[in-house]
Design a protein around this ligand. Structure first.
Ligand code: CAP
Ligand code: MG
Length: 462
């Protein structure tokens, strides 16, 4: 490590007009055991150096070496917290190609992860300046656009969108999945909103993408003609070949679909960006399989204090990136399910659904101005069931997708009763009632049976 330029800001330095001039990133590091804690500032400088203009050794400084420009564009470490090993880095906006997310991430989320002097590093948040925000498309539809597509009236606009992933994850053939779609959409008053493919289901010999898209969209069309309520099928077109994804998007369109699902971490930034720009005007639902391999931090340090155990980028940061790239909805985690939830899903929701977000000390988030970019649906999923819907809506708001797989298909009285329970929970919330109050008043309801089985707390998915 040789930091040639001075990458540390003078005490008290703050970036001037940051939403124009800088990308700001909040980092925390864990120094390696063999490194004296006193070198923290040097390590922070190395993060700034390696992610902007520097390298590991002193290099030629001659007149044509570019060193003068490197000095001008070097990143600056500021707001240093020597107790918790946290610091912010300010990168001049023009250090980056404004509309190139993959290129941008190669800097601040690049080589620094390999630095020997740190054994842990977490990127808590990135605040993007106007030039970068405006260089990306953002969602085509967003919250309002999807509500318009579904022809929601004023009352529906104050309710969450409900849907189900078939379980078992893989098992049904295309015909069987279409049968399930019909059952979900014809149960109750026919207002259940979506069916979503599970991530493991792509195009398999017994359930080909083409057959599934055709059959489920056929059912969608029939149901819509019958009861006039518009539906979504979040049809998984994930593939590592972009041409095939595009063919599948076209097939969704041709067969009458409105929505695609992409696994946005496994397919990558370039795929999501390109799909947003070139797909035939479908709604994009972002599933986030593999995110935990990027976002998971098991140490106390995830709160910003205490030790980090590894290298990670927060889901908050990823969610902001996917808003820029243009997804309409994205999984944000659900309260208490799966990985320990310390409220991050609500912080992600704030960043997806507002135009101006203030910084939040609890999450070391930096806030964001979105400059009119459309709002994205947070999607709660994983271990959810109708009994928990009031808790989820209280946390994520009614502008959210609530996905219940097992929590609908596992209803003790069958799938249709599962849908009824979900619809009853939604109705109760819309009328200002809690799930428990509804169950007390309606002891023989489908919701009551669901609550008997699963309670009103989220299920922790081990
Ligand atoms: C949910 C789910 C989703 C996860 C993804 C599953 O099913 O289909 O993939 O929720 O996690 O396979 O677990 P259940 P996240 O409704 O039956 O739990 O949303 O946290 O990314
Ligand atoms: Mg799944």
């Amino acid at each position: 490590m040789a930091v040639q330029l001075n990458y540390i800001a003078p005490d008290g330095w703050q970036p001037e007009n940051p939403d124009q001039n800088y990308v700001i990133i909040q980092f925390k590091i864990e120094l390696a055991d063999f490194v004296d804690k006193k070198v923290f500032r040097e390590a922070a400088a190395s993060v700034a150096a390696e992610s902007s203009t520097g390298t590991w050794t002193k290099v030629d400084e001659g007149s044509d070496s570019g060193m003068k420009r490197a000095d001008e564009f070097k990143a600056i470490v500021f707001d240093i917290d020597e107790v918790n090993f946290r610091f912010k880095v300010a990168y001049k906006t023009d250090l980056f190609e404004a509309d190139n997310m993959s290129g941008f991430l190669a800097g601040p989320a690049g080589n620094i992860g390999g630095m020997k002097m740190v054994k842990g590093l977490r990127m808590f948040d990135i605040r993007f300046p106007e030039k970068i925000v405006k260089a990306f498309p953002g969602p085509r539809y967003g919250i309002e656009g999807v509500r318009d597509l579904l022809e929601h009236d004023e009352k529906q606009r104050k309710m969450p969108i409900l849907g189900t992933v078939p379980k078992p994850k893989v098992g049904r053939n295309a015909q069987e999945q279409a049968i399930l779609a019909r059952r979900l959409w014809s149960a109750g008053d026919g207002s259940y909103d979506f069916i979503k493919d599970d991530e493991n289901l792509t195009s398999l010999f017994f359930n080909k993408f083409e057959d599934r898209a055709r059959l489920v969209h056929q059912v969608q069309k029939e149901m819509e003609e019958k009861n006039g309520k518009k539906k979504l099928y979040l049809c998984n077109l994930t593939h590592s070949n972009l041409d095939i994804m595009m063919e599948r998007a076209n097939l969704i369109k041709e067969t009458g679909g409105r929505c695609m699902m992409i696994d946005v971490v496994t397919t990558g930034m370039a795929a999501v960006h390109t799909m947003r720009l070139k797909n035939p005007e479908l709604v994009i639902h972002a599933h986030r399989a593999m995110h935990a391999f990027v976002t998971r931090e098991s140490g106390q340090g995830i709160t910003g204090e205490g030790q980090l155990q590894g290298f990670s980028i927060s889901m908050l940061t990823l969610a902001k990136i996917y808003r820029l790239l243009g997804v309409d909805s994205i999984h944000t985690g659900s309260p208490k399910a799966k990985m320990e939830d310390y409220g991050e899903s609500e912080e992600i929701m704030r960043n997806l659904t507002s135009d101006e977000v203030s910084p939040n000390e609890k999450f070391h988030s930096l806030g964001q101005k979105w400059f009119g970019m459309k709002r994205v649906w947070p999607t709660a999923s994983g271990g959810l069931h109708p009994g928990v819907m009031d808790t989820v809506v209280a946390k994520l708001g009614y502008d959210s997708y609530i996905q219940m797989g097992g929590g609908v298909l596992g209803h003790p009285e069958g799938v249709e009763r599962g849908v009824e329970a979900a619809l009853e929970a939604r109705k109760a919330i819309a009328e200002g009632m809690s799930v428990n109050e509804y169950v007390e008043k309606n002891p023989s309801s489908a919701l009551s049976s669901a609550v008997k089985l699963w309670g009103t707390e989220p299920r922790i998915v081990y």
